[in-house]
Design a binder for this molecule. Structure first.
Ligand code: AMP
Ligand code: GLY
Length: 422
């Protein structure tokens, strides 16, 4: 059978690669894909993007199942459109994707269903937001309501910084419509983790835990990015924390969405903050897999991913089980010069290591130009490796990254530092 993956990042390369391992799968198309999905065995790129084009393609090619990587098409209703056309697609509907697409919706949802999360208030007028910050003091967190590709959150250390974030979002429209409404949130302390599950609308199957590194530079300094590296599992999610997250956050979220008439089918990603006393709080929901978390998670997944997705679509996830490699996995992102503000495109990439059982390079912002591989986006590659311990996975990933060269390449040297300190 043939599958279709929508997206062009490292997450989609890892997803498509994993789906192509299924003995039942003959080919996985990736729309639009990247330089890695163009050359990977079993994958083929197709340069389509509008929903009608994708729907026609899925019909013509008799695609068994379409899997959506990024949040934007989900929030625009790609799942509704495919379903209306009678096509199988994995992901939340437009209504369910509001859990990520509107922070105000997500906060109201969490309050309504009793999920632990930071105290908040929402505003559509800058003067009201400013007055609230004046009263609350700092540190405080200012969040644009809508999708802002990772640029919508400012953790403000001072009242002045919070005020300027409010002004940029609400008065100068720096994020367009996404910043017309702003959520102001209590600052939470602790360690973050990514908790991603498969949901069939009623049951959740947790994937392996992971942790991302959002800042550009070593020691978690510098500007926020989409993520500079990730590893799995995340030791901060102990078995006790895991059980609480399932009971206090994941299950209430899935039953809450069903009760509200918008059942959630798809990957559901809870961004957690875990405090010193191991209490988990929900920072955010994403309606998709994480990038780069997916890369180490897919390297550890031993089960047939297609089988798990079919269970989720059939509503039978309680009978499914996911088997994980006991080894740890760690992925290091290689980013382009100028990322995240203004990534430079066109630098030639050389020295990619050959894929091995315990190490693969997933592509993100790359494209083929004749025989050359060029950087074409902010995050260019994610070198991902397995090891008997996190330390060994890290050593393997960095050793593989060593041979890769492109002009202006940015790479953090300390992926995994939190877990390794434990
Ligand atoms: P979000 O997109 O809501 O996950 O926010 C992006 C990043 O901002 C998170 O990964 C955290 O590092 C940080 N952040 C968000 N909300 C809070 C909060 N209430 N307290 C502390 N840090 C936060
Ligand atoms: N790596 C964070 C995210 O995918 O949202």
């Amino acid at each position: 059978m043939k599958l279709l993956v929508i997206g062009s990042g490292g997450r989609e390369h890892a997803l498509a690669w994993k789906l192509a391992q299924s003995p039942r799968v003959q080919k996985v198309y990736v729309a639009p894909g990247n330089g890695g999905t163009a050359t990977e065995t079993g994958l083929e790129n197709t340069v389509l993007s509008s929903f009608p084009e994708l729907i026609n393609f899925a019909k013509k090619e008799q695609i068994h199942l379409t899997v959506v990587g990024p949040e934007a098409p989900l929030a625009e209703g790609i799942v509704d459109a495919f379903r209306e056309a009678g096509l199988a697609i994995f992901g939340p509907t437009r209504a369910a994707a509001q859990l990520e697409a509107s922070k105000d919706f997500a906060k109201q949802f969490m309050a309504r269903h009793g999920l632990p999360t930071a105290k908040h208030a929402s505003f559509t007028r800058a003067q009201d937001a400013r007055a609230y910050v004046e009263k609350q003091g700092a540190p405080v967190v200012v969040k644009a309501d809508g999708l802002a590709a990772g640029k919508g959150v400012v953790v403000a250390a001072s009242v002045a910084e919070a005020m300027s974030a409010i002004d940029r979002m609400m008065l100068e429209n720096s994020l367009g419509a996404a910043g017309a409404r702003v959520v102001i949130e209590e600052f939470l302390e602790g360690e973050e983790a990514s908790f991603i599950v498969l949901s069939d609308g009623a049951h959740a199957l947790p994937l392996a835990t992971s942790q991302d590194h959002k800042r550009l530079r070593d020691g978690d300094r510098g500007p926020n990015t989409g993520g500079m590296g990730a590893y799995s599992p995340a030791p901060v999610v102990t078995p006790g924390v895991h059980a609480r997250v399932m009971r206090e956050i994941i299950q209430p979220a899935i039953s809450g969405m069903a009760k509200d008439g918008t059942p959630y089918v798809g990957f559901l990603y809870a961004g957690l903050m875990i405090d010193r006393a191991s209490n988990p709080q929900t920072l955010e929901f994403n309606c998709r897999l994480g990038d780069p978390e997916t890369q180490p998670i897919m390297l550890r997944l031993k089960s047939d991913l297609l089988g798990l997705l079919e269970h989720a679509l059939a509503g039978t996830l309680e009978h499914a089980e996911a088997e994980w490699d006991r080894r740890a996995a760690l992925g290091v992102v290689l980013a382009a010069a100028g990322y995240p503000e203004a990534p430079r495109k066109g630098d030639e990439i050389r020295g990619l290591p050959k894929p091995a059982e315990d190490c693969r390079v997933f592509h993100a912002g790359t494209r083929l130009d004749g025989g050359r591989l060029l950087a074409s986006g902010g995050r260019v590659l994610c070198v991902t490796a397995l090891g008997d311990s996190l330390k060994l996975a890290r050593r393997r990933a960095y050793a593989a990254a060593e041979s890769i060269r492109f002009e202006g390449m940015q790479m953090r040297a300390d992926i995994g530092h939190r877990a390794l300190k434990k």
